[in-house]
Design a protein around this ligand. Structure first.
Ligand code: ADE
Length: 247
């Protein structure tokens, strides 16, 4: 079971996605759990304020320490192993490799690695390395809003993660992206060996190869004939040659 506790002012922005499609299936299957902490509940004063102006002047409001610490500390008290993630444009750039580490270096697999990390690309190997379904891993994602946060908040953060070199209005979209990209890697979520094969085929930087379904000819655009050849070796070679490389 992988658990995400999301500390946010905007639960309603996250919940519809997490209650849809694969994330919902992961919850239903007991493979993932999503929990929310309303940062506003820990706000200060009559207005339950969570932000204030920066010392030294400047534009904008910064997320204050007290609401953040008061929101996160009870979660950590219950589960001291929970790791805190802060989405921020100045964090480490999120990648497939990191998603795999979050999914698999957290006790969900006995080896501490992806069950497909041996690169054998086989269903048998995937099944041999059955992940430890009893293992738990828990991430707390703090979603800052407004223009930034008090630097002292970093003292309770384990991972600063950036989704890219652009600035979003808050941590909610990054939280969803981090969750989605990690949860889909948990064995049983996608439910197929296909996903296992693609993940093993990829070392984390290789992305999928081009794929086609019926019809063979769509408006004059035809499917590469090698894919109809029935020659599995040649198909595998073609796919390896045509798999995209992450930038
Ligand atoms: N918060 C605002 N912009 C962000 C980004 N690019 N990545 C992660 N968190 C953010």
């Amino acid at each position: 079971m992988i658990k995400f506790t999301i500390v946010t002012l905007f639960r309603e922005a996250l919940e519809p996605y997490l209650k849809t499609s694969m994330m919902w299936k992961a919850t239903e299957k007991g493979l993932a759990e999503f929990d929310f902490v309303n940062l506003r509940d820990f706000g200060l004063g009559p207005h339950k304020s969570v932000d204030d102006t920066p010392y030294g002047g400047g534009d904008g409001m910064l997320l204050r320490c007290e609401p953040v610490f008061n929101a996160i500390e009870p979660v950590k008290a219950k589960d001291p192993d929970a790791k805190v993630i802060l989405p921020t444009p100045v964090g480490v750039i999120w990648s497939q490799k990191l998603a795999r580490e979050f999914a698999f270096n957290s006790g969900l697999c006995p080896s501490g690695l992806s069950p497909w990390a041996d690169g054998t690309n086989s269903r048998a190997a995937a099944l041999r390395n059955t992940p430890n379904q009893n293992a738990n891993s828990h991430f707390i994602i703090l979603c800052p809003h407004y223009e930034g946060y008090d630097e002292r908040i970093l003292s309770i953060v384990d991972y600063k993660i950036s989704l890219g070199k652009y600035v979003l209005t808050g941590g909610e979209l990054p939280a969803l992206i981090i969750i989605d990209s990690v949860v889909r890697l948990i064995p049983g979520v996608l439910g197929g060996e296909k996903s296992a094969e693609i993940e093993s085929f990829s070392d984390g930087d290789n992305l999928e190869y081009p794929q086609y379904t019926k019809p063979y000819d769509f408006r004059g655009m035809t499917v590469p004939d090698i894919l109809l050849s029935g020659n599995h070796g040649e198909v595998a070679k073609w796919r390896a040659e045509h798999s995209g490389k992450a930038g």
